[in-house]
Design a protein around this ligand. Structure first.
Ligand code: HEC
Length: 188
């Protein structure tokens, strides 16, 4: 991934390490409430994204099963599942969820749904590429980069299955970032 993408990726995952501290300090593994549950699910998505990122970078060997499992982890925590975790108690104690979620519900749900589309495209790519991370999975030169004008106009339902997996991955990270920018209160 290019430097710009890598930077955004670090921003997306920045919360993960910090957020791991309170969870580790909690003795029971069962989350106490919906806030803990959704934060735990977000962390699971961050870890899954790291797994996929490491394979694109080559810092982990390509493993189609692990790639697919990571994509499915993200898929299982996105879409309606994600949306429903922010139905009530948005501004609960210990939560960084913004009250804007209530006011801009459709935008929030759309981002959650987009995440699911990208995740399923990534899982499908792993199914088509069982042995090697093929050149077809790679983003081609000149393709819409995250943050670029084309990326903003990307229509997940129509384009995502025909784009290289790496491109879908970048757009997926952009979806994480976009939702956080709009609907997560900044850590002080
Ligand atoms: C539709 C909106 C939305 C999308 C998409 C989204 N997030 Fe989040 N994320 C949130 C909100 C809101 C919070 C704050 C939750 C809370 O504290 O109650 C959050 C919190 C987090 C946290 C901190 C969890 C903690 O322990 O406090 C991490 C890490 C995270 N997200 C990673 C990701 C990753 C990685 C993706 C993409 C694969 C992603 N998120 C996609 C809305 C979203």
């Amino acid at each position: 991934m290019g430097p710009k993408a890598a930077m955004t990726f670090r921003l997306v995952l920045a919360g993960a390490a910090v957020a791991a501290i309170p969870a580790a300090a909690t003795p029971e593994s069962q989350p106490r409430d919906i806030v803990q549950q959704r934060q735990q699910d977000m962390k699971a998505m961050a870890n899954a994204a790291k797994t996929i990122d490491a394979m694109f970078k080559g810092s982990s060997p390509y493993d189609a099963k692990a790639f697919k499992a990571a994509a499915e982890t993200i898929g299982s925590h996105s879409g309606e599942k994600l949306s429903s975790q922010f139905d009530g108690s948005i501004a609960a104690s210990g939560s960084k969820a913004s009250v804007n979620i209530g006011a801009e519900r459709q935008k929030f749900d759309k981002l959650a749904a987009e995440l699911a589309v990208y995740a399923s495209a990534l899982a499908a790519a792993a199914e088509r590429n069982l042995h090697v991370l093929s050149p077809q999975m790679r983003m081609q030169a000149g393709e819409a980069m995250m943050g670029g004008p084309l990326a903003r106009k990307a229509q997940p339902d129509r384009d995502v299955r025909s784009m290289p997996a790496e491109h879908a991955f970048h757009l997926m990270l952009q979806t994480c970032t976009s939702c956080h920018a709009q609907f997560r209160v900044r850590p002080e």
